[in-house]
Design a protein around this ligand. Sequence first.
Ligand code: FMN
Length: 175
Amino acid sequence: MNPKRVLVAYGSKHGATAGIADEIGRTLRADGLDAVVLSAADVTDVSGYDGVVLGGALYAGMWNGAARRCARRNADQLRHRPLWLFSSGPVDRSAEEHDIRPAPGVARRIKRLGAREHMTFGGALTDETPGVFARSMVRSGKGGDFRNPERIQAWAHHIGTELTAPAPPEAPARP
Ligand SMILES: Cc1cc2nc3c(=O)[nH]c(=O)nc-3n(C[C@H](O)[C@H](O)[C@H](O)COP(=O)(O)O)c2cc1C
């Protein structure tokens, strides 16, 4: 039997969210799925995938624009396949300490697209992150890499398990 095809798409400005998407893709492949990782900006057609994972970096409480546009552009197809969304994220330990609710715009997308789940992962803001604001945050001690590979892998395993689970038997027709 052919492995399930999964698209892992990301909207990332400085690479942290791309790293999370790569980790999800690697884990799904190790679990035997055919996972493809793409920048959200390059996703024009999701009809060839059995499931989609779409993530965006959060900036001022909003998903990165490429993730938003990808969700909008592919909405009709996304509504008809298993979909998981993620956000990256807090530059502290909060994402590991408790579930972080999706930002309002992301919450609307979850509903509109019928996503199965949303997860917030810690993000990263380091010396290498470009941008004046990012640099001043790092300089004032508000930086760090809070991506947790074990948490990311655990979520990816869970997605892989759901996608490969046998479909439940159809309910018997009522007499
Ligand atoms: C200007 C700026 C605004 C940010 N706003 C948020 C925010 O509203 N919520 C949040 O959780 N993280 C916020 N962050 C942290 C980023 O989401 C985090 O660094 C993320 O991992 C960056 O992902 P990227 O490298 O893929 O762009 C912000 C970072 C910067 C530099």
